[in-house]
Design a protein around this ligand. Sequence first.
Ligand code: MOS
Length: 692
Amino acid sequence: MTVVEPRAMGTDLHRIEGPAKVTGTARYSYEQHTDAPLYLIGVPATIARGTVTDVDTVAAEAVPGVVGVLTADSAPRLADTSDPELAVLQSREIRYRGQYVAAVIAESQEAAREAADLVAVSYDEQPATTAFDERSPETYAPARVLFFPTDTVTGDPDAALAAADVSVRATYRTPAQHHNPMEPHATVACWAGDEVTVFESTQSVAASQEAIAGLFGLEPGAVAVLSPHVGGGFGSKGTRHPGAVLAVMAARTVPGRAVKLALSRREMFETTGYRPATVQHMALGASADGRIEALVHDAVEPTARTREFTEPAAVVSRHLYTAANRRTTHRLVPMDVSGPTFMRAPGEAPGSFAAECAMDELAVALGMDPIELRVRNEPETDPEHGLPFSSRNLVACLRRGAERFGWADRDPTPRARLVDGWWRGTGVAASFFPTFRMPGSTAVVRFRADGGRYEVLIGAADIGQGARTVLTQIAADALGVPASRVDVAIGDTALPHATIAGGSTGTSSWGTAVVDAAERFRDKYGEDPDDGDEADGMAPDNPWAAERAMGAYGAQFAEVAVHADTGEVRVPRMLGVFAAGRIINPQTARSQFLGGMVWGLSMALHEESVLDPRTGHWVNHDLAGYHVAVHADVGEMDAEWVDEDDPYVNPMGAKGIGEIGIVGAAAAIANAAHHATGVRVRSLPITLDAFL
Ligand code: MOS
């Protein structure tokens, strides 16, 4: 494969489905038209651990319009019950609060809701671990952290720390956070014989298909999953959750009729995953001239007994800076809660808060400019495994950002700028996200003589990031035709198999398959194809994956104002400068970067999921109690990028951009808050009480 000559790539192609979305004609999963659908409402457990002793459904069944009530005794049996969270209604055992203990199917949403409230459940309640204790005797080291080693050690970090001219040690804390996509999780399922059609809001129709087929003992071909539009996922729609299983199961009891399930925000807090809290112990030791000799990043996090997940918080410290002596570790504390899962920049988002605030603390301790400290510790090869970088432009991002943000004029003295009653300061942090490419995506390119158009078929997912649009641009360039002659079809298991929209891998993985199909098409048919000519392509493993370190880098800058009397925190200005390979669509890329930065602001100042330690209940389970940044919270904010020509990552030269925008943003804000006030806040979110 060759790097394609960009014509469509690099231009601001408007989002193809934009008009359909803003005029309300784009149909999301729950809005799919079905004849005489039924409605499903689940009944959640109100205890965190124990056994259901009785479910009284008499009153619920008497509600007019109720078609059926499912319980653990009456629900269809699943073929695979190995995942306790997905083994919905397969036993009376309760493993977390909010687990479904019953569900009502009815002719109307209202009847289902009324009946669900009338289901009376009795429990034998057992003691549960519902408070996160970082010193719990149950703390353990997982076998691995996603696809990373659990721990890494180089040299003797403790000895190097003891010998260092200057050292800082600090513990940082981040709370649990929940994904809040605009479109809640929704499933519409309809069985015909032993086949089922599922409209599902998902980051991967293929992964949904595979999971449903496995759970219900079907061949994948018996499960059709369609997901034409997805209103955000952020990781929560990347893995399967109980609601989708419940909907497919309920539909099985009413063959031929579609069953619709839309989760409430409250159900999402209980059943669709979240980012786990972290406690991160950082230690940095440096020579007086700012060379890092020792770097320690130890993370402790809660996880679920039902399903282990580790937020790879310390991974970011394996790749940012040189240090001859380094240790990174992850430890887990099991709890009786629903499972945490991937959330935008899993690991790097909370990890960079600790790592990049610690760098700021070291810069202060050294009396050195924080940008200069980072530049001085720029590695020549990847600090973790010594591989050469495919491309790395962190220093260029820092320098460009410094120039644009006006860093040169910065007086480093904290608590020195009181302007109209507000303490003001600025902060910086580095950003990193690994560049992956998933093998296994396939694509078909087909020519239609009618209109002279090219169809590109791939079971990819557009979760709002702009996949439809950038795949159109990639295909156009690979085919050597204008983007206006390309129609991309995605979001359907009837299309060629594709990997997930996750891990910032979508464009990289799908684009590789599309380029391959387009090149084969041109090889076979030249530039004058006939109607129906088609070629298929696939994304193989990246042959350079073991020979180059691949990642996107960036620099986040923030200005913070803290009110001298009230402690109110505002962020009047943010700038992100990123180096993420070729930017395929500046318009949608800018949205991705800014969206990540807004979420970083939200993480810094607002977001915190509160688990009641007595009950295991997420108490602020809606947008009234769980605050996300809104427009009024965002000041002047911009994102730009440094051009990179990276021949190793994929044929497009594009690194992923879905996650890097959030990385480092909270640290830049916390560092700016320290510069403004002299107060070092090491626990998110940063609220006004810290400054009073
Ligand atoms: Mo995203 S957390 O990579 O699905």
